[in-house]
Design a protein around this ligand. Structure first.
Ligand code: F6P
Length: 326
């Protein structure tokens, strides 16, 4: 591996996701393995602008592979959206002798990395970390597996109450622009229906579903993605309560419990594999690319491709919900 890179900066940005720590650990240990210095940048782009950086060693990432959140902390930075903010960030990198970057985060993080890499010609690669799974260039993002398992556990518990009281529950899961959490968890929890952004599934379909077994006294779960165009679980709940007063309807918003917690084995392994690949890729001359896993094979995809929202919903999944909720 011939490289002029001497000091790799690593940071997490945007919403935290379980497995970010495993990703940081993989980047730090791989860089050290190849005798490259690593600088940790706290609070994402915001910390970069403020020069909030420190040298990391192998012990800096000890005992974190199992921890949720991110030891480097994270932030959403408005300053970095401006050319002045990005210039400050670049100056801080120069001051700290950071000559390459690994960005760990979702589409906002990678979109910013794309602009920054082009503006200042700094070698930069990315790792996909978001619970939403909405990046093109990887089958799964780091954090998605843990989040969907958290949702499944939560909905199973809600199902107990729904079943005991013969209630209908509208459960809202995260996904501002993407329905991929709702889609899989809807299947896994045996939901009667799911509502997700960007599809033709709508409130009318739910009505006809409820119409179908109006007289059946049984528990019902409807999973709604946060970004659904109908306006969120409470609004949908009110509409259903008005139209079907015979159903004992409740709304439950799962919220940020979906982002926390110890990462699953899948997420730890994904973060570790992609982290090693990202550093090796950087040292091999890859630039402006996100490393991911497609069909269990390490793949790199240009930032310009990854940051198009990957919200394409497999219609077979929707059909599965319909068939299995009979
Ligand atoms: O991007 C991940 C995500 O959890 C989205 O699903 C959600 O809409 C958003 O972050 C919430 O962000 P915040 O915690 O900043 O309110």
């Amino acid at each position: 591996m011939s490289t002029s890179i001497e000091n790799i900066g690593v940071f997490t940005s945007g919403g935290d996701s379980p497995g970010m720590n495993a990703a940081i650990r993989a980047v730090v240990r791989t860089a050290l393995y190849y005798n490259i210095q690593v600088t940790g940048i706290r609070r994402g782009y915001e910390g970069m602008i403020n020069g909030d950086m420190f040298i990391m060693d192998r012990r800096s990432v000890a005992n974190i592979v199992q921890r949720g959140g991110t030891i480097l902390k994270t932030a959403r930075s408005d300053q970095f959206r401006t050319p002045e903010g990005r210039k400050k960030a670049y100056q801080q990198l120069q001051k700290n002798k950071v000559d390459a970057l690994v960005a760990i985060g979702g589409d906002g993080t990678l979109a910013a990395a794309h602009i920054f890499g082009q503006e200042f010609n700094i070698p930069i690669v990315g790792m996909p970390a978001t619970i939403d799974n909405d990046l093109f260039g990887t089958d799964f993002t780091i954090g998605y597996d843990t989040a969907i398992n958290t949702v499944v556990n939560a909905v199973d518990r809600i199902r107990d109450t729904a079943e005991s009281h013969d209630r209908l529950f509208i459960v809202e899961v995260m996904g501002r622009d993407s329905g991929l959490i709702a889609l899989r968890t809807g299947i896994a929890t045996g939901a009667e229906a799911i509502l997700i952004p960007g599809t033709t599934t709508d409130i009318e379909a739910i009505y006809s579903r409820l119409e179908r077994d109006r007289r059946h006294k049984a528990s019902k779960i409807i999973i709604v993605a946060e970004g659904e165009e109908e306006g969120g679980a409470f609004k949908i709940g009110d509409q259903i309560k008005e139209k079907y007063p015979n159903y004992d309807t409740r709304v439950s918003i799962l919220g940020h419990i979906q982002r926390g917690g110890s990462p699953s084995c899948m997420d730890r392994v994904l973060a570790s594999r992609v982290g090693v690949a990202a550093v090796e890729g950087l040292l091999d001359g890859h630039r402006n690319e996100m490393f991911g896993l497609i069909h269990n094979t390490i793949t790199s995809t240009n930032f310009s491709q990854t940051i198009k929202h990957n919200t394409i919903i497999n219609p077979n999944f929707l059909k599965i919900v319909e068939i299995l909720s009979l």
